[in-house]
Design a protein around this ligand. Sequence first.
Ligand code: CMC
Length: 445
Amino acid sequence: MRKKTATLIDNETGKKYELPIHHGTMGPRAIDVSRLYADSGMLLLAPGFLSTAACRSAITYIDGGKGILLYRGYPIKELAEQSNYLETCYLLLNGKLPSKKEMAAFTDIISHHTLVHEGLKGFYNGFRRDAHPMAIMVGVVGALAAFYHDSTDITKAKHRIISAHRLIAKMPTIAAFSYKYATGQPFIYPDNSLSYSDNFLHMMFAVPCEKYEINPVTSRALDMVLILHADHEQNASTSTVRIAGSSGANPFACISSGIAALWGPAHGGANEAVIRMLESITSKKQIPKIVARAKDPKDSYRLMGFGHRVYKNYDPRATVLREMCHKVLEELGAGDQKMFEIALELERIAREDPYFLEKNLYPNVDFYSGMILKAIGIPLNMYTVIFAMARTVGWVAHWMEMMSDPDLRISRPRQLFTGQLPMEYRSIESRGDGKSCLFPEDRPE
Ligand code: CMC
């Protein structure tokens, strides 16, 4: 039988190192280099973690080449079309689909944790009305630790589960309050008789003086967006949550760090950036120019909603949402048809262009999610907040998996040092009068 090892030969010293190879149930094998530094004094260099498996995980599987995404073994398309968000949450957290009884108990628990402490509402007043709701989310979710002390003993499995339930349940309330605060409308309390998505829509759009009717098309579309964003293995925000959690930080602080990482336009902020990009294109004639800019190596401009670190084929979430996008625009008759047509034309041109084909740049989930959210009336600056709401279950599932992993150690990457050799300190008087270099433009060439 062949040995399950790989041999690393250091040609500088002539030394050889036998490294164990691990097999997952599916996907690439992994070379175990955890002892490499201790044995050889050498580090691995992988900027952006391009070839690094940072943990073992049984939650989500992606085959980027084939465009496959499975939550706990279930294909994303089947879940998006047949499940609902809360059932998907149960699946991600518990590793199996619930029975009727289990689902009823889970729904009961989540719906009875939707209220936030009244004192937490005071936090909102500290923000400017024009604050980006993601800024509010980072602050308010982090502040939860100050209100729910009874579930922050992370050494206790029960506390971890209670925190998980609280986060999933309270996130829509916190998110909707951030919108209400910006619009100057009164906060609308959760209605526990509603489904997860309906309750969010109710807290977003109801006002005390009028009855709010939930459109089932809107509700279904939102639920599908939530399912498709619920988890995505070791992406930037999930890795951030894991790194924060590895130090023993409380779950509310960890999820707040995940929200911060998600905010960037290369990650969760892309859905907002896609709409801003599409809004800037007023006619199909402008598209070739936009595409040319995205291809120009001297221009940092990118086509938002295209490309993915892992998918080198079509993003399976985008396939589902593309269909949903058609349906929503048709059924709601929203005035976004022109934008959708521009988007489809952009997609067509990009998918025929050798630059995009060679670099495997396909539309990703955010290319369509923004259009759906726009059609169902969600304001632009809430798109990434909705992504955060959906991804909370993924973050929490990974945090719980990590916390019960016997291999858990604080995440502490190393570096290849490229800085100054040791220097001798000289007094300020003896250093001469250099030019100010506080800002890049002041620095000598
Ligand atoms: N438009 C034009 N060129 C692109 C794009 C794009 N959207 N994305 C990547 N490229 C080029 C990039 O310039 C580079 O070219 P070269 O090889 O000549 O240097 C090459 O493709 C590889 O790009 P990369 O940045 O090294 O790839 P990455 O895996 O580090 O980044 C990405 C992936 C998603 C950050 C990137 O594709 C991107 O910035 N896309 C636009 C933002 C976006 O839509 N993000 C949402 C991702 S899906 C939601 C989520 O899961 O968070």
